[in-house]
Design a protein around this ligand. Structure first.
Ligand code: SF4
Length: 207
């Protein structure tokens, strides 16, 4: 059974676990243009063990759309390397995007699409219950802090959303675009190290 825009809020709120939510997201048809162009829905991933970190990106790219898994392209390779450098274990990292379906030609998500998709990520935040969220890029920053959110300004101080620490930083695609000597890569490295410090400072005992 498909889920229309009017059904998303209740379906997300009613999902008892990540698997149930993933199943519901996969049946979502709220955004007609994205439904027509997507290959696969990309709900996100939750590690088997408890998530220390939830990474939030913008939307699936071409490779994610093919694979049904977020961050499997060049951005994902870079992210994996930087997570390892920061000492963040990949098997304690959950990943989700603001949009679960690829916009045609990788265009920016539209405001209505973000609004339609919002309950899915909101519920993922509850279900993953991470020590820290890392918002990767402007679209993720706006999801948490509103349309006037600016990455550079938000990086200047500690940010929180619904009582949870949120580290705002650049999307790995910006780090790739600006190259190895660009400021986005340096910022991403610094900010993932900060996320690792938050985890180290708040991690409870083994589950
Ligand atoms: S982007 Fe989100 S709200 Fe829109 S169809 Fe995909 S899952 Fe549904």
């Amino acid at each position: 059974m498909t889920l229309a825009a009017a059904d998303v809020g209740a379906a997300a709120a009613g999902a008892a676990g990540w698997g149930e939510l993933t199943d519901a997201v996969s049946r979502c048809t709220a955004c007609a243009e994205l439904v027509a162009s997507r290959t696969r829905v990309v709900p996100g991933t939750l590690p088997d063990r408890r998530a220390d970190v939830l990474l939030v990106g913008e939307a699936p790219g071409a490779q994610e759309d093919e694979a049904g898994v977020p961050f499997v392209g060049r951005s994902g390779v870079l992210l994996d390397r930087l997570l390892a450098e920061a000492g963040l274990s990949r098997d304690r990292v959950a990943v989700a995007n603001v949009l679960k379906c690829r916009p045609p030609a990788n265009r920016k998500p539209r405001r209505l699409e973000v609004a339609h998709c919002r309950p899915w990520l909101a519920r993922q935040l509850d279900l993953a219950d991470p020590q820290v969220v890392v918002a990767l890029g402007g679209t993720a920053a706006e999801w948490f802090f509103g349309p006037s959110a600016r990455i550079a300004a938000l990086r200047e101080s500690e940010q929180h959303y619904a009582g949870r620490r949120v580290v705002v930083t650049y999307h790995p695609s910006a780090a790739i675009r600006f190259g190895p000597n660009g400021s986005p890569l340096a910022a991403l490295r610094t900010d993932l190290a900060e996320a690792a410090r938050v985890v180290a400072g708040t991690r409870p005992g083994p589950e």
